[in-house]
Write a protein of this length. Sequence first.
Length: 123
Amino acid sequence: MCSDHLYLQLGYNGSGKTSLMECLMGIQTLTSGQVLINGIDTKENPVAALHNVGICPKFDGACRSLTVLENLLIFCRIKGLTALEASCDAKDIMIQLGLTDWAHFRIKSLPSGLQRKVSVAIA
């Protein structure tokens, strides 16, 4: 897999999607082999390995009473960015995903498609 790319995982029920994610996150113990993310072993250094991994679950993770920008800032800070870095990243993400015009709208007021887009943004 290439760095700086976005990957999507799809599959039928029982095909191993959740198991794969649990192996990537170090939740499930591997019976053989190893998982490397950007060359970092998830078993030896899980925090560093998962630093650039985001997950967008089936259900939206954004706080519905906050704005798009507020949600992005909070999740950037949770990921360990400084306030300045969070502000810059949030703006970049909104530009990339076409959310700039919606920055000051509360999540609960957005159409469902835009709410999902915010979930991708915070992942």
